[in-house]
Design a protein around this ligand. Structure first.
Ligand code: GLN
Length: 477
């Protein structure tokens, strides 16, 4: 099997009898065995089980009874429930915990004969931008193992980057699919908030969390989206809007109107090479006949603080359930109940999670609630309104996915503010709940990937994917 094959290529070979699912799985298992000791993208590898499942799918293929995703080998982030398999959210506090049911997305993949090969490493409870906050050690970027893969779904990104599975499912609360995709040179899709059921996703910030997809090409992301998206009676927040056949709607041959933010080009935080590449891509889009205009988004600078106030508030509430009573880890020989709760939480959570619970508790506290939480809710609505208004005028908004390319391991771990800036360009879409995708468009002088982010209106994944596909084939290099 060829390295970094797309599912479409694999499926053609499967249907043509040139390869078997068992061979596909063993291709990936060999890569995991050879590469992952260093990369650390997987926390569990379901080797025997996935070979067994591959044989079953081979049998269904030979009888013409196989599902839409037969032989699609998937990695899942360690925040998604897979029944009877470990779930730890990259944290010590869930030591020894096994999922009791399948997340809706996992069930839908299995129902279409996808094969889950393992559980991907991530920042603890999806909090981080570099995958250095995992209790199981950092994940490394396969293009340069001194660099981070981005976060928090870094394990998922590296699993696709290093050809250890065909696609992976991560989560994107403020950029955790798009930013690692940009750092690792893969496609990373964050659909509209509520497009995909969150049942079986361990919550970080419930009004932001979106399950997203990593792949080598857009068609695979489109195909997976059409399988996992849509109404789910177990999650009352999921949209009932019909799901399109995204993978059939990828043709793109019109001229469109595109905006990009002046505030981003002028931002002090953006790395020069990233800005140059971005502006070069803008020129290329113009040369292709599209109307591309610089626009102003004055509220842009409030998106990051709004994001961090609201997500820490939600996290402090969501993570209160990990108390040593119901799940996983519990301190040994506690003096009494109160000390058991305190000691379990203070030794079970890592530094970043601890910091965010403290911050979130502070912004929700009686004396500060109105000044922080309530105000941030109002600003969130304003940002959403302003972006929606811009998107009435423009078909798409483009921006660099991240202010820099993958940085050195350890270079930002001492300074949380510096680390939070890595999300500077991804949080807007998260605050507004609109869909966005990162596609790899170039490499910097050190050979690290640069991603271009595209955003559009709520539930417009179809045109987003089609335009993304066009960008990848016509302006990427
Ligand atoms: N890096 C951001 C954070 O630390 C985004 C995380 C995410 O999207 N899960 O919160």
């Amino acid at each position: 099997m060829q390295a970094n094959s797309t599912y479409q290529q694999i499926r053609q070979q499967l249907d043509g009898g040139k390869i078997t699912c068992a061979e596909v799985v063993s291709h990936y298992l060999t890569n995991i065995r050879e590469k992952d000791t260093e990369l650390n993208a997987f926390l569990s590898v379901y080797d025997k089980e996935s070979i067994q499942r591959a044989k079953e799918v081979d049998d269904r293929l030979s009888r013409g009874k196989a599902g839409k995703l037969a032989g699609l080998v998937v990695g899942i982030k360690d925040v998604l429930c897979y029944a009877d398999h470990p779930l730890q959210c990259g944290s010590k506090i869930l030591d020894g915990f096994n999922s009791q049911f399948n997340a809706t997305v996992v069930q839908r993949l299995l129902d279409e004969d996808a094969i889950i090969i393992g559980r991907n490493n991530c920042d603890e409870f999806a909090m981080g931008s570099s995958c250095e906050n995992s209790a199981f050690g950092p994940v490394k970027n396969a293009d340069n193992t001194n660099r981070v893969p981005g976060g928090s779904s870094g394990g998922c990104a590296v699993a696709v980057q290093a050809d250890m599975c065909t696609v992976s499912l991560g989560t994107d609360t403020g950029g955790s699919v798009r930013q690692p995709a940009s750092f690792c040179g893969t496609v990373g899709l964050k659909p509209t908030y509520s497009r995909i059921s969150r049942h079986g996703l361990a919550a970080y910030a419930s009004t932001f969390d979106v399950i997203g997809i990593f792949s080598n090409d857009i068609r695979d992301a489109a195909l997976v989206l059409e399988v996992i998206a849509g109404d789910d009676e177990i999650d009352s927040t999921v949209s009932k809007k019909p799901v399109s056949k995204y993978s059939d709607e990828l043709d793109f041959d019109k001229k469109v109107k595109i905006g990009y933010f002046k505030e981003i080009v002028e931002s002090e935080a953006i790395n020069e090479e990233v800005r140059d590449v971005f502006l070069e891509k803008v020129e290329q889009l113009k040369a292709e006949g599209h109307k591309v205009e610089e626009i102003s988004f004055p509220l842009m600078k409030y998106a990051l603080p709004t994001y961090y106030i609201l997500t820490t508030a939600e996290a402090s509430s969501n993570l209160s359930r990990y108390d040593g009573v119901k799940y996983g880890y519990r301190i040994e020989n506690p003096k009494n109940l109160e000390s058991m709760l305190k000691m379990t939480r203070s030794t079970g959570f890592g530094h970043e999670v601890f910091r965010r619970i403290m911050l979130g508790t502070f912004v929700l506290s009686a004396s500060y609630h109105d000044a922080y939480y309530l105000k941030a809710q109002k600003v969130r609505r304003k940002i959403k309104n302003e972006l929606e208004e811009l998107l009435l005028d423009y078909d798409f908004i483009v921006l660099p996915t991240a202010p820099s390319t993958a940085f050195e391991l350890g270079s930002k771990t001492e300074d949380p503010m510096e680390m939070y800036l890595a999300d500077l360009f991804t949080v807007q879409a998260s605050v507004a709940g609109i869909p966005a995708i990162s596609v790899p468009v170039a490499r910097d002088k050190d050979g690290m990937s640069i991603g271009l982010q595209i955003m559009n209106k709520h539930f417009e994944e179809s045109s987003l994917l089609a335009f993304g596909d066009y960008v990848m084939s016509s302006i990427a290099k």
